[in-house]
Design a protein around this ligand. Structure first.
Ligand code: SF4
Length: 105
């Protein structure tokens, strides 16, 4: 976010970026609800496309940029909450039903 603010400093007087009114930590939050809030903040930003393009080009390691969440340089839809990994549910084994021969009448 600091880099973005430095890059955008010459334009700040001309363009209102919603993120400048928020705590920068919101854009690097851990909680999924805060991340979704950060995405909403980006929604009306006039520099959204430029911000997103720059983040993609820089392969941002994490954070919300241009209304999208970046993790390890990739855009991801949602951040999974911390905690135990999901249990792998094994599929039920197929049950072979006994076949019944139909007697000819
Ligand atoms: S898209 Fe979001 S993070 Fe980027 S400049 Fe706009 S408000 Fe800030």
């Amino acid at each position: 976010m600091t880099l973005l603010l430095e890059l955008m400093a010459p334009f700040e007087a001309q363009v209102a970026m919603p993120c400048t009114d928020e705590d920068p930590e919101l854009f690097f939050a851990e909680s999924p609800s805060d991340i979704e809030l950060a995405k909403l903040v980006c929604g009306p930003c006039p520099l959204r496309q430029e911000c997103l393009t720059g983040a993609v080009q820089r392969r941002e390691p994490h954070g919300v940029w241009g209304g999208q969440l970046f993790i390890a340089g990739e855009v991801v839809a949602r951040k999974r909450p911390r905690g135990r990994p999901r249990k792998v549910v094994e599929p039920e084994p197929a049950i072979e039903l006994p076949t019944r021969e139909i007697a000819a009448a």
